[in-house]
Design a protein around this ligand. Sequence first.
Ligand SMILES: Cc1ncc(COP(=O)(O)O)c(C=O)c1O
Length: 318
Amino acid sequence: MLGTRLDLDRIHTARRRIDPVFLDTPMYSCDALGRGLGCAVSVKLETANPVRSFKGRGTELVTSLLAEQGRTAVVCASAGNLGQALAWSGRRRGLDVTVVASRRAPATKLDRIRALGAELEVVDGDFELARERAVDIAQRRGIRLLEDSLDIETCEGAATIGLELAGAPFDTVLIALGGGAMATGVGYALKALAPGTEVICVQPGGAPAMTRSWHERRVVTTESADTIADGVAGRYPIPAVLDDLLAIADDAVLVQESSIIAGMRLLLEHAGLVVEPSAALGVAAVLEDRDRFAGRHVVTVLCGSNVDLDAYHRWVRD
Ligand SMILES: Cc1ncc(COP(=O)(O)O)c(C=O)c1O
């Protein structure tokens, strides 16, 4: 596809660098969920791997390249899942991994970043402050800064999900939208291999910066972000990622917090799946606009399941 940073040959090459534990994840039609939502629904399960999210695909690619170049250290800012994935991939290649995260990130994500052997620095601010601090650390230590969604490897890693989806018969894919690596990667691969597929990005109304930017075709930032979907709560869209998303996505929609919670509950009730809020965004989008999806076959990427248990119990019980 012209005008994007992505390339199909590079995505195929990327796939060969990723540990198979992250690849060829289950995808299946979930009839009970479909009955509840009024359309055919398939899920693509990105939670059944050692870091419980799709982010391992990108970090496998990045760390294998770093190891090949003889680099020994890497730092990233993370909402919690990229940091775990980088820690996992870095550890098995002997890399020193530093992760900067917000103190407000779910405790389980912070604990697991430490448990995977990374040095964790927490900042008293949100993800955007963590991004600034990671830049600072990279400059001071002279080490590689991994920037999610901006660094093409993160998009190419996610794009391997799109390769796996491309052969399946469905109409629409619903993709959680944060920085945009997943949506641009998956969307690109699908548009290249199955151009009839509709690509819809979903973001919480409480963290709408990238969705607003997509609709206005220019970067729109927000003063704050307020959502339980902590994996997608950025405020400063990256211009190059927005450009890709404009070329790739068919739509970007916002959903309410109550729909995200209802989505998590439906996934538990009808599919027996525990997911974190960001992974329920696709189901939330169908719940909010049933007519749009009626009669269609949608795939939703269940992108993570790192959730604080207390909060999760509260959400699904109330
Ligand atoms: C579970 C989960 N879903 C969605 C996203 C958003 O992905 P992206 O930043 O690639 O748009 C993230 C990002 O960390 C995530 O952890």
